[in-house]
Design a binder for this molecule. Structure first.
Ligand code: ZN
Length: 264
C-alpha cells in the first residue's frame, strides 16, 4: 500500500503494520536533490551534493520520528551485523561492511539503501526483534535474507515461524534481463528451481525474478507462507516513485527502507 507522510511517499505492508513494526520502503519524492537525484536521495556515497543528502536525511527522520538509524556499508555479502545496545555514534556504522542488520533495541531503526536490489524487512513480534537485508543477484544467490533469519534465531531466540517478512520494491523480472555469469550463479544456488526464477529473454539472456527468488529463500529459512508479504512494485517501471540503477544507467540516487519499534 502506498502512503504519504509530509510529502514523502512510501510503501508499507499491512501484516507488518498490524504486528506493530514501524517500517517503510521510502520512495524518491519529498526531498531537495536535483537532476538524476531528484529528490529524496539518501545515498551518502552518490555524487549528489552532501548538503542535499543531509537535508533529505533530516526530512526522512522527521517524517517518521526516527530516534537513531543504523546504516552500514553494503557490499553484497552475507555477513549480519548484530546491534545489541543503544546506538551512540551512528557514523561509526557507516564503514562496517554488512548486508543485513538485526537488533532488539527499541528506537533503533535499521535501514538499507537500494536502487533496484530488493529490501527485505524481518520482524518477530514475540521476541520483539527485527532485521533488514538487501539482496541484488549476489545477495539473493548467497541467501543473505536467510542469514538474517538465522542470526535472529541465534541471538534473540526467534522462531522462524513467528517472524514476519516483507519484501519491498526492487527491479522486477519485467526489467531485469541477466546474462551468463548471473544465470550460472542462480543455477548454482537454486538448482532445479532456477528455471522458474528466470524465464527466457531475447539473445540467450533471462529475466530474473529477485522477489520470487527471495520468497523461496525465506520460506526455506522457515518463514511461514502466510507471514510473507511483498510490495510488488518494480523500481525500474516506476520512475515516478523510485530510483533505479538499471533504468538510469548508474546515474541515480538511493532510496531508503527501514524497520524499528519505537521506545515505550
Ligand atoms: Zn519493471
Amino acid at each position: 500500500m502506498i502512503e504519504e507522510k509530509q510529502g514523502i511517499a512510501f510503501v508499507s505492508l499491512p501484516g507488518l503494520k498490524q504486528a506493530g513494526a514501524v517500517h517503510g520502503f521510502i520512495g524518491r519524492q519529498g526531498g531537495v536533490s536535483e537532476g538524476e537525484f531528484r529528490s529524496l536521495n539518501l545515498g551518502i556515497r552518490t555524487q549528489d551534493r552532501p548538503e542535499a543528502v543531509a537535508e533529505n536525511d533530516r526530512r526522512f527522520r522527521r517524517a517518521f520520528g526516527i530516534p537513531s538509524l543504523v546504516r552500514v556499508r553494503q557490499v553484497h555479502g552475507r555477513e549480519v551485523l548484530v546491534v545489541d545496545r543503544k546506538v551512540k555514534d551512528e557514523k561509526a556504522w557507516w564503514q562496517v561492511e554488512r548486508d543485513a542488520v538485526i537488533t532488539d533495541q527499541p528506537g533503533v531503526a535499521l535501514a538499507v539503501l537500494t536502487a533496484d536490489c530488493v529490501p527485505i524487512v524481518l520482524f518477530d513480534p514475540e521476541r520483539r526483534a527485527w532485521g533488514i537485508a538487501h539482496a541484488g543477484w549476489r545477495g539473493t544467490c548467497l541467501r543473505t535474507a536467510a542469514a538474517a533469519v538465522e542470526a535472529m534465531t541465534e541471538r534473540f531466540g526467534s522462531e522462524p515461524r513467528d517472524i514476519l517478512a516483507g519484501i519491498g520494491p526492487g527491479v522486477g523480472p519485467c526489467c531485469y534481463p541477466v546474462d551468463g555469469p548471473v544465470i550460472r550463479a542462480v543455477e548454482e544456488s537454486f538448482g532445479e528451481e532456477a528455471d522458474e526464477l528466470m524465464r527466457p529473454a531475447p539473445g540467450g539472456r533471462r529475466f530474473l525474478d529477485l522477489v520470487e527468488a527471495n520468497c523461496r529463500v525465506l520460506r526455506k529459512a522457515g518463514i511461514a507462507p502466510e507471514h510473507l508479504e511483498k510490495a510488488d512494485l518494480c523500481t525500474s517501471c516506476r520512475a515516478d516513485l523510485f530510483f533505479s540503477h538499471r533504468r538510469d544507467q548508474g546515474r541515480t540516487g538511493r532510496q531508503i527502507s527501514f524497520v524499528m519499534i519505537l521506545p515505550a
